[in-house]
Design a binder for this molecule. Structure first.
Ligand code: 4NP
Length: 151
């Protein structure tokens, strides 16, 4: 079992988008039984809230299935529950390193692509299209990385 936790600030825009895109990619490859895929927040701001409507509209546009989401805070005790903690931006990475006291298992999503970039936060940019394209690219690259690693 490969256990992935996507992480962003609020857990209503970027990390649940990554969660449902990755679940869909894995399912399309018939690998869903081999993966546990979830997402968490580094802040308390949106705890319990569903995904942002802008995130849902992008998932709808690409026919990516999703369920009612409840934003959930990342805890220090989560460290042993996952193999990969995938942050969206440099601040998420810093927050996780502080929380866990290590950067082992901690990665930035677009580090799996050729771009040294962050995933823009659409909470601030209002541009869910750019965020979706980058998250999709990152998730595809992450899946390829994991598949090559486990061969
Ligand atoms: P996310 O976006 O980290 O991609 O979920 C945000 C959502 C909410 C807030 C900030 C970022 N907020 O400040 O409430």
């Amino acid at each position: 079992m490969i256990r992935i936790c996507f992480v962003c600030l609020g857990n209503i825009c970027r990390s649940p988008m990554a969660e449902f895109i990755m679940k869909d990619l894995v399912k399309k490859e018939g690998l869903e039984k081999e993966f546990l895929i979830e997402s968490r927040a580094t802040s308390d701001d949106e705890i319990g809230n569903d995904m942002h409507p802008g995130t849902k509209s992008m998932l709808d546009k690409y026919n990516i299935p999703y369920e009612r989401h409840y934003a959930t805070r990342l805890l220090k005790s989560d460290y042993d529950k996952y193999d990969y903690f995938i942050g969206m931006d440099d601040y998420n990475i810093l927050s996780m390193k502080r929380l866990f006291g290590t950067d082992k298992k901690v990665y930035k999503l677009l580090d799996f692509t050729k771009d040294d970039k962050e995933i823009d936060d659409p909470w601030y940019t209002h541009n869910f299209t750019i965020t979706y394209d980058d998250v999709d690219k990152g998730c595809r690259a992450l899946l390829e990385y994991i598949k090559c690693k486990d061969k």
